[in-house]
Write a protein that binds this ligand. Sequence first.
Ligand code: TRP
Length: 334
Amino acid sequence: MSLTKRILTGDRPTGPLHLGHYAGSLRERLRLQLDHEMTILVADLQALTDNFDNPSKVRENVFALVADYLACGIDPDRVSIALQSGIPELAELNQLYAPLVSVARLSRIPTIKAEIASRGFGDAVPYGFLGYPVSQAADITAFDAHLVPAGADQEPLIELTREVVDRVNRIAGSDILIRPEILLSSDPRLPGISGGEKMSKSGGNALFLSDPADVVREKVMRMFTDPDHLRVADPGKTEGNVVFACLFAFDAARDEVEALAEHYRAGGLGDMVLKRRLNDVLQDMLGPIRQRHAELTANPDYLRDVLSRGTYQARAKAGATLARVRSAFGLHMV
Ligand code: TRP
């Protein structure tokens, strides 16, 4: 097995991980960790760019996030799980990249525009928030990442990273930074339990990986299906139907789910049958994760050790990159 491409991914520690994370990114990371060199960044500094008035939310979610990763099967012997704020080299790279990116360029990035609008900053957009894509470019380049697994909405951020890379390489006169590519997830976005929008912690529509069994059951029973499917005999819609979205995402018996979907569309299949099936699937999937999560949470020393080892490994890589960039900019060592 060759460890060819290096991968960087990350999450803001602002809440527990949910089924949407599992379907959209965690499962892929579990596969990728087997044959790639991977760093997962716990992006606490980035989380503070819009949670600066609630730092305890970020603080409390750091080890919860590490526990989520490990409970799902991320192997700390294969993957460096690193804490962003424990790597000051990232802040220095951010500083060195900052002059290369215009405010206008940052303001045009669609996700940044949308996030600024949704956070209600008005015309008082924090400088650090507007600049987080530059900081993310620092994260990605620091670890010489070739690939960044992410959703399509992140593509403009990776594009910005490539622009930074090109500028630095031109200044350096050689390719001291690697141009990263996005690795688009093939899994469709999971909707929230009440349908419509994607599952998210802020949307209040998430089923969390660490939810207790009775909460999982209760959320499955509440899931949006097809409001026009009033009687069992009625034909039902499977698109926009959250129970089907979850069955397609998590039920290993794909052929059976296809057959159920056909039956549902034709009429004669009730929601309860499907919800019970989904509940069984999710209880089987989440039971071991929940148990491992509880064991890990009871062992904070172990979590701290994993995070400090990962941060130490990541710091060594970031230091090497920073040395190249400092030298490209002609900074003196005194
Ligand atoms: N932007 C990611 C999020 O919102 C977190 C993140 C920070 C990240 N740095 C990164 C992701 C570098 C990929 C690569 O969760």
